[in-house]
Write a protein that binds this ligand. Sequence first.
Ligand SMILES: [Fe+2]
Ligand SMILES: [Fe+2]
Length: 246
Amino acid sequence: MSLFTIGDLHLHFQSELKAPGQLHEPVWKNHEVKFRQNCEKMIRPDDTLVLAGDHSWGRNSAECEKDLEYICGLPGRKVLLRGNHDMFWDVKKTAALNRQFAGRLFFLQNNYAPYQDYAIVGTKGYTFEGPFYVRGRKIIGWDKEAEAHAQKLVEREAERLEASFEAARADGYSRFIMFLHYPPTNVLERNSVFTAMAEKYGAEQVIYAHCHGEHRFHDSIEGRHHGIMYRLVSGDYLKWVPLQIL
Ligand SMILES: [Fe+2]
Ligand SMILES: [Fe+2]
């Protein structure tokens, strides 16, 4: 029994492709075929695969049907996290999605997924990327209004993450693997409300995605930081090979 993860599949079987890079960068060419082949080679039926958000370019459930069908067809138990592009998944629809896909997909939001003696916890997260404008690592401008808006999004996501940890803890779990779609910090930070929460609950690993395209691969924490292992798992970074983390 193993735990695998990857993010940013950005499937588009029924929807318009919104990222031009996906048309031109070789890593995205037939990525859904390469990824399925890799999964079929590596993942057994009793393994778990956590998909760390941005599953589909579809703007609603109807436009995501085939993308979710593709995910259902991958081997192993599938746990899905919300990404910023997952328009089919309103937070309030999580329970309905879990009923609709019972036994096929598990949607992780304000809940947790057990894995051996671990709880898989997580939320989309948010990184404070917009309010400042950087050149290299130097701040060259700051938007106060955007900063206040970003702060609200961060706080709401932190509440959702806490709800996930607390749901697991109420059921007796004390070992955690924490998932975020957004990176835990922006390019300027080494700590955030999300790293603080990982430390507070003693998460052993923090897994995140969202950073794709080579220029973004090193936007946040990688490797061990304050005793916790941080890993980026966006699909193009992993070249569509799911990463085994347990
Ligand atoms: Fe993405
Ligand atoms: Fe994203």
